[in-house]
Design a protein around this ligand. Sequence first.
Ligand code: 4AD
Ligand code: MG
Length: 457
Amino acid sequence: MKHIDIKKVLFDSDMVGTSVVVCGWVRTFRDSAQVSFLELSDGTSFEKLQVVIDKSALSVDPECTKLGASVVARGKVVKAYKGEGHELEAEAIAILGKCPPEYPIQKKRTTLEFLRGIPHLRLRTNTFQAVFRVRSVAAQAIHRYFHEHGYYYINAPLITASDCEGAGEMFRVTTHPWNAKYATEEEYCKNDFFGVKAGLSVSGQLEGEVAATALGKIYTFGPSFRAENSNTTRHLAEFWHIEPEIAFAELPDVIEIAEDLLKYLVRTVLEECAAEIKFFDSFVEKGLIEKLSHVAASDFAVCTYTEAIAILEKENANFHFPVHWGSDLQSEHEKYLTEQVFRRPVFVTDYPKEIKAFYMKQNPDGKTVAATDLLVPGIGEIIGGSEREADYDKLVAAMRERGMDTSAYRQYLDLRLFGSVPHGGFGLGFERFVMYCTGMENIRDVTLFPRASKTIL
Ligand code: 4AD
Ligand code: MG
C-alpha cells in the first residue's frame, strides 16, 4: 500500500501543504461538536500523528475510532495547531482491521507485570515502543563502533561441545527420543546426532580467540544460552552477547576498550533516541538523562577485588551474604560498590582464581587472575572480561585443577602452542545494557519474548 511514514509527515517541513496517505493504529480518539481527533501511531516515531476530522465535511466509519483499530487515512499536512510538528486534515479514512473492546491495551496505565502476560501486544504501548527503538539503535551503534575501530564481525557457532565458562549451565542439544535407554552417558552421546555431548553455547569467546589470534581484532554479537536457575530480574536463559576479542591486548587495554565502547553507546542513545530517553526520564527512572550524560562524560573507577573486599567487609553486618577474601560478589555487594562507594561505573579487577573461569591469565601472586567485571548502578555486573592465559603449561594446569578434559579443548590449547600472544576481551550483556539506558528494572521488559526458567511465552 503506498503510504508515507508518520515520522516524515510529522517532522519533514517539505510535507506541509501536500496531500499524503498514512497508515497506523488508533492510539486515542476525542470527539467534540464540530471536529474529532484521531491519534495514529505506525511505529516510526515516538510522537503520534493527530488526524483532524471536520465532521461537517467527512463522516467516519465508527470502527475507525476504536482504540487499537488499524486505519488508512488520506489528508493534507498542516502545521500543528499546538506545539511542534504537523498534523493531518483528513479527507478520507478507511478501516484496515477492526479492534473490539476486549483489546487489552487500554488508555489507563497498565502494569508492566500485566503486559508481560501479553508479549505479543505490549509493543503497542509507548514504553515498549521506546524500549525497542533504543534496543535497535544500540545494536546498530555496536556494529558501527567496532567497524569504525577496525574489528571484524565474527559469527561463533551456537551449537558447541565445550562449556566456555565451565559453570555447568549448558542446555543440551539432542535428537534422542525421550525414552531412549543407554547404559552410560558416553554410549548415549555416541549414538546421538553429533556423536558427542553437545549443547548451546554460553559464550562465543573460545571461537572468538581463534579468530582474534589471526585477524587481530574481532567481535561477536549473538545469542548466548544459559540454564541458570536463578530467577532474577537480570538473568535470562537466552540473552544477546557482545564479545570483542583483541590480540596483543592486556588487562588495561581490555578495560580501556570496554569503557570507550560503553561511553560511545550511551552517547549514541542519548543523541539518536532523545524522545525515548526523555520519556524514560519522566516515567521510568527520574534523573536518567543526567545519569547517562554523566556516564558519557566522566571516567569510570577501577579497584581491585582485594580493595573491594576491604571496603565491603566494613559493611558485612548489613549484607544478606557477608563477604570475606575469596567469596564471590553477590548482586548486593556489586550494587553497594557502584551505587554507594564509587557512585559511577567501576571496574573491579584481579579476582581470586577459584571464583573465575579457567581461561583467565594467572597473576604472578599465584592467587588472582587478570579478570575484570564492570559494575554499574542499578544493575551490578554489565560486563565480564579478562586477559587470557597465553601460556600453554599454565593453562593446562588450570584446566587439570578444575578436573576438565583437556582433550576436548585441543584446538583452544593449540593457540598457545603456535605463536601464542597476549590477548583479551570481554562480554557485554546486551539486555543489561538496554536496561541501563532505559531504566527498565526487569530484563524481561527489554526482551521481545523472554526465555527464563519456567518461562517460554
Ligand atoms: O561474565 P560472563 O559470564 O562472561 C563471559 O561469558 C565471557 N566469556 C565474556 C568474555 O570475556 N568474552 O558474561 C558476560 C556478560 C555479563 O557481564 C552479563 O552482562 C551478561 O553477559 N550475562 C547475562 N545477561 C543476561 N542473562 C544471563 N543469564 C547472563 N549471563 C551473563
Ligand atoms: Mg560474569
